[in-house]
Design a protein around this ligand. Structure first.
Ligand SMILES: N[C@@H](CCC(=O)N[C@@H](CS)C(=O)NCC(=O)O)C(=O)O
Length: 299
């Protein structure tokens, strides 16, 4: 099954993150079509995809069908890939997970507005409004209830599900704006930040060059290195001869390694086909199975 997923900027597009997790975290192969938001290319994409006007939008290539709205994407993928586990098996957990996902999709408008997703920043001194605090309190109450009732560490039980994809951007908002969290929410945020798919998205957001100042607040800010992420492996950009790399072709694309796209990861020189692939790998090597497979090769 071939899919194309239309996405906005990884650092800022919370709904894109949800759509991407609905495929990547469930092992479903797809092609990402990144479209910079607030650009002519985005307007063109909206025209081509009409009547869909938002990202994420999922093209089911063979069927010539397009599905948009993240909850509709979740249900479409769950229907087409029943083995992938978008919803829990257990009836009570499935009912709970579906209800939480629907509430997220339809609600929490205050939390979705001013404290928008911004994976590039961690602010000091953000003061939530009453409505933002009320949304944050309800999210935490729902998380505690689900984690307690279905056993955690994910909201539907032992494995990552569509409901976790729906709430992952909220976990990032709690980090970016420094919301005061109860212990269960704090633990759940760490669980999301440790999930391999989330780590891949965050690494791409960090590596992407585009900064959209419209999402910045006028507050002291730290960078994403202070997010509650697992400690990265040792990695840095490397300058040198591509012949010194342990691989001749990019672990992602299979294209030839380029001289401007080398990294030293855990002491070994690895080459990529472009600087973005290098940078997303340097930021969090362990998130990328193709990089780890190279490191696992005998020296
Ligand atoms: N309810 C939609 C929300 C999607 C959404 O608002 N996406 C934003 C980017 S995060 C977008 O495409 N905005 C462009 C526009 O509204 O023109 C969903 O569940 O997918």
């Amino acid at each position: 099954m071939a899919y194309t997923l239309y996405l906005g900027d990884a650092a800022y597009s919370s709904w894109s993150l949800r759509g991407w997790l609905l495929l990547d975290a469930f092992g479903i192969a797809f092609r990402s079509a990144w479209v910079p938001m607030y650009s002519d290319a985005f307007t063109d994409m909206q025209t081509r995809n009409a009547p869909a006007r938002t990202v994420p939008a999922l093209e089911i290539d063979a069927a010539g069908a397009l599905v948009w709205e993240s909850l509709a994407i979740a249900e479409t993928l769950a229907e087409r890939h029943p083995e992938a586990g978008h919803w829990p098996q257990d009836i009570a957990a499935r009912a709970g997970a579906r209800s939480l996902a629907a509430e997220m999709h339809a609600g929490f408008h205050a939390l979705r507005d001013r404290p928008s997703m911004n994976l590039r920043r961690i602010y000091d001194g953000f003061e939530p409004t009453g409505a933002e605090s009320a949304d944050a309190a309800r999210v935490q109450m729902l998380w505690s209830w689900a984690l307690d009732r279905f056993g955690g560490p994910y909201l539907g039980g032992s494995s990552f599900g569509a409901v976790d994809a729906m709430f992952a951007p909220v976990a990032t908002r709690f980090v970016t704006y420094g919301f005061t969290l109860d212990a269960a929410a704090e633990a759940y945020v760490r669980t999301i930040y440790a999930h391999p798919s989330f780590r891949r998205w965050h690494a791409m957001a960090d590596a992407g060059p585009r900064v959209l100042p419209r999402y910045d607040l006028d507050l002291p800010a730290r960078g994403p290195q202070d997010a509650p992420r697992p400690a990265p492996l040792s990695a840095m950009r490397h300058e040198g001869d591509p012949a010194g790399a342990i691989n001749a072709t990019c672990p992602y694309s299979g294209k030839p390694v380029q001289a401007d796209s080398l990294a030293r990861i855990e002491g070994r020189i690895i080459g990529f086909c472009n600087p973005f692939c290098r940078d997303k790998s340097v930021i969090d090597p362990a998130a990328w199975p193709a990089v780890m497979a190279l490191l696992d090769r005998p020296a």
